[in-house]
Design a protein around this ligand. Structure first.
Ligand code: ADP
Length: 503
């Protein structure tokens, strides 16, 4: 692994112009300062230095934003707009995201730390695609007619049908690992259903969603339909989750904060959907094609620096190929070039923040204290920025923090299993989470049998981290409630009304 380069990598003119000016909140179609007048810095995780300042929204701003969203929902042009026009508008947002793709990717890379090429090919492309995909549903979401024979009114005929209606004013709280993509996953389906939104972005990574706010205005989204608050979780986020005039809260983030969201939502019993943590098992059987399984297992954990809720962080390898796989994944880890996201040669950037960096380093220390051994990596990088080496740990067992808890960093624990049996299934499911799982085998029967028994919302076979706007994504157990993406996500933003007419 080479040293972190000393050169300074800069963004293009458009992104530079965007960050040069303090960024404001988007409320009721206007860019505005926080009521308190406060701002906070946005930090480049590759250097630890300030790159921009944004408004620090809190409860007062959330109140204003909810009021604007309520007005837009009840009396604005949005609910009256035809489904076809709403779909076209959403499609236009996707088109504009692609038009500004380079700028968005640069902002994302600078703010989050991920390699700019990854931001362009994955984050921006998938975000635009989410709007394109969802735009089609605007005209296709429909109710059903139902045969009704009311038992206590014999002989009377009825015609009954359902109407899928927007749930209303939606609060959305998103994390920092895929800032633009999480905004797209949340906004596109809510808008498709005709909801209005207050979006609270992560304090670590506000830039790309703010630029998306401008893009939505350029596309012609009416005022108040999407309001964007930058601010902290304990203030702005908590105020949104607890707000009595918010009909639904959609959250992506840690399981710990997910619990707080649920508690805060109880005051008005707003609907809640949650996409939370994970500790995904990635299982390699002895008959797997190791030429794909080994790089696949490395990318399952190291993609986005392990800062993925679905990261393949528990690698289970059949005993007879264990040494070969551990060696292979470790070789892959050692080849990864660390550096600033804006350096085109970087393969892995820094972790998003100093807090996340300390958290991951703390996990490594606890792993070593409890007896785990690093075959690759295991250290932070000295000097500027929040860099942690891609790490492969062995001699790790359930009961250790590194095996049981979500690290959210580039750290995988590799553990051997004897054979494909009930005990393997038990080990793989031995977690409070249930977001995703990977299986690598040439045996089709084993693959499907295992897929059916894993308690996870997503199972990848001979691949990992494959996402598409059409595929529902979400968790069993403490990984969440409800699904993101696909037709399934529309449920999160729908009230279904049953209408019955006496004939
Ligand atoms: P992480 O621990 O990985 O930073 P979090 O779950 O803390 O992830 O953060 C995800 C999102 O939740 C962020 O937008 C953050 O501001 C927000 N958040 C944090 N704490 C709260 C809270 N108490 N109430 C509402 N939102 C919160």
């Amino acid at each position: 692994m080479s040293a972190v380069p000393k050169e300074v990598f800069t963004v293009g003119a458009a992104a530079a112009k965007f960050i040069a000016k303090p960024r404001q909140l988007l409320i009721d179609g206007k860019w505005t300062n926080a009521e308190s007048g406060k701002t906070f810095p946005v930090i480049n995780p590759a250097t630890g230095e300030q790159i921009a300042r944004v408004a620090e929204g809190d409860k007062a701003d959330v109140d204003k934003a909810v009021k604007a969203a309520r007005k837009a929902f009840e009396t604005g042009p949005w609910p009256a707009m035809s489904r076809s026009d709403r779909g076209k508008l959403l499609h236009r947002i996707g088109d504009l995201m692609l038009k500004y793709a380079d700028e968005l990717a640069e902002l994302e890379s600078l703010d989050n730390g991920k390699p700019v090429a990854v931001a362009r090919a994955a984050d921006v492309a998938l975000s635009a695609d989410m709007f394109h995909y969802m735009s089609g549903w605007a005209t296709k979401r429909h109710g059903v007619t139902l045969p009704v024979d009311c038992l206590y009114t014999p002989g009377v005929q009825y015609h009954s049908y359902t109407r899928p209606e927007p749930v209303g004013v939606v609060g959305q709280i998103i994390p920092w690992n895929f800032p633009l993509l999480m905004a797209a996953w949340k906004l596109a389906p809510a808008l498709t259903m005709g909801c209005t939104v207050v979006l609270k972005v992560a304090e670590e990574t506000p830039l790309s969603a703010l630029r998306l706010g401008e893009i939505m205005q350029e596309a012609g989204l009416p005022a108040g339909v999407v309001n964007i608050i930058t601010g902290f979780g304990e203030t702005a986020g908590a105020a949104l989750a607890a707000h009595p005039d918010v009909d639904k809260i959609a959250f992506t983030g840690s399981t710990e904060v997910g619990r707080l969201i649920v508690k805060a939502a109880t005051n008005n019993l707003k609907k809640v959907s949650l996409e939370l943590g994970g500790k995904s098992p990635n299982i390699i059987l002895a008959d797997a094609d190791l030429e794909t399984a080994i790089p696949g297992a490395a990318s399952a954990i190291f993609f986005n620096h392990g800062q993925c809720c679905c990261a393949g962080s528990r690698l289970y390898v059949e005993q007879k190929i264990f040494d070969q796989v551990v060696e292979g994944v470790s070789e892959e880890a050692k080849k990864i070039k660390l550096g600033p996201g804006l350096d085109p040669s970087t393969q892995m950037g820094p972790l998003v923040s100093e807090i996340q960096f300390s958290r991951v380093c703390g996990f490594l220390e606890s792993g070593f204290r409890e007896g785990a051994k690093a075959i690759a990596g295991g250290k932070k990088r000295e000097g500027k920025g929040f860099f942690v080496e891609p790490t492969v740990l062995v001699d790790a067992k359930p009961g250790m923090k590194v095996v049981d808890e979500e690290i959210f960093g580039p750290v995988v624990t590799a553990m051997p299993f004897r054979q494909f049996d009930d005990e393997l299934v038990r080990q793989a499911n031995n977690t409070i989470y249930g977001l995703a799982a990977g299986i690598w085998t040439r045996d089709v029967s084993k693959a499907h049998a295992l897929a059916a028994r894993l308690k996870a919302g997503t199972v990848w076979i001979n691949c990992f981290n494959i996402f598409d706007a059409s595929l529902p994504f979400g968790g069993y157990k403490q990984s969440g409630w409800g699904r993101e993406m696909g037709e399934a996500v529309l449920e999160n933003y729908t009230e279904s009304k049953a209408v019955t007419v006496r004939i």
